[in-house]
Design a protein around this ligand. Structure first.
Ligand SMILES: NC(=O)C1=CN([C@@H]2O[C@H](COP(=O)(O)OP(=O)(O)OC[C@H]3O[C@@H](n4cnc5c(N)ncnc54)[C@H](O)[C@@H]3O)[C@@H](O)[C@H]2O)C=CC1
Ligand SMILES: O=C(O)[C@@H]1CCC=N1
Length: 272
């Protein structure tokens, strides 16, 4: 899909884990490196990205002044300071896309020049391998073309959905933080394999391929996870013995409580 701002200048402010994931996806999708200016308060980081990707680097002021789209990927706690700098150099009509957890479009609009179009996006780290999941919400001054630009940006490295902004805390708890829960389960399964006497490398290969296979089944068959789980669970068999332990240890309830906590934390982050 092409848009009016295809291959127009982008400023990326904050080039940590998430910023690099998006940057690498954009470049793989064909966005010219010379049209991306990266700014990070850590000079080692900008030097790494300049060397690794051939992008331009500069101050926040330089990056913002030359951009049609400004992508902000700093921690929520660094947002207020950064927005002061951005505000001073933003050209009228420039779209500001924030990837920060918890930071609302109202928070952004209140700290940017009147009428600035802003979009709030919740991405996730699988963007690094073009399998990201991102949810986009529009601010007050964001029209359909702006939403499309934000969507196209994120589509460079995975799937994108548009959601009403009041869903964003829940989205953050599910797909934003979600990869960490999966990696946590993977770690636990590998440890279990080692406990059962498998070499760590073998346990890791078994777990990773099992995860990949199960995820592929979910995605490619569209079959409900309950049905897929039942297909593995023979009457009186091994799987039911394990699942009973997970139920006894309230693992399902723990997931619900954990994701409620993540959503609550997301809502708190805009309060500073
Ligand atoms: N890591 C993840 O899985 C996800 C992160 N996010 C959001 O993405 C944002 C970035 O998170 P990470 O990349 O994980 O953090 P990070 O700590 O890896 O990267 C943040 C970068 O921002 C830079 N920075 C801080 N203040 C700055 C300033 N004033 N000007 C320029 N650069 C500045 C830091 O030096 C750092 O390199 C956060 O708001 C987070 O909520 C959203 C979804 C997933
Ligand atoms: O933990 C965090 O706050 C960020 C937002 C979603 C994933 N990582």
């Amino acid at each position: 899909m092409t848009t009016a701002r295809d291959h127009s200048p982008i400023a990326l402010l904050g080039a940590g884990v998430m910023g690099e994931a998006l940057l690498s996806g954009l470049l793989r999708a064909g966005h010219p490196a010379r049209l991306v200016t990266v700014s990070d308060r850590n000079p080692e980081r900008t030097a790494q990205l300049k060397k690794g990707y051939g992008v331009r680097v500069g101050s926040t002021a330089d990056a913002v002044a030359g951009a049609d789209t400004v992508v902000i990927a700093v921690k929520p706690q660094d947002m207020t300071t950064l927005l002061r700098d951005v505000s001073d150099h933003l050209r009228p009509g420039t779209l500001v896309v924030s990837l920060a957890a918890g930071i609302t479009t109202t928070f952004l609009q209140d700290r940017l020049p009147d009428g600035t179009p802003v979009a709030r996006v919740m991405p996730n780290t699988p963007a690094l391998v073009d399998e990201g999941m991102a949810a986009v919400s529009a601010g007050t001054h964001c029209d359909e073309a702006h939403v499309q630009i934000a969507t196209d940006l994120m589509r460079a490295c995975g799937r994108v959905v548009a959601v009403p902004e009041h869903y964003q805390d829940a989205v953050t708890a599910i797909s934003g933080s979600g990869p960490a829960y999966i990696f946590y389960v993977v770690e636990a399964m590998i440890e279990a394999g080692v406990l059962l006497g498998l070499p760590r490398a073998t346990a890791t290969e078994l777990v990773v391929q099992t995860l990949y296979g199960a995820a592929t089944m979910l995605k490619e068959t569209g079959t409900h996870p309950t049905v897929l789980r039942e297909q593995v669970s023979s009457p009186g068999g091994t799987t039911m013995s394990a699942l009973r332990e997970l139920d006894d240890h309230k693992v399902r309830a723990a997931f619900l409580t954990a994701m409620e906590a993540a959503a609550r934390r997301s809502a708190e982050l805009a309060q500073g």
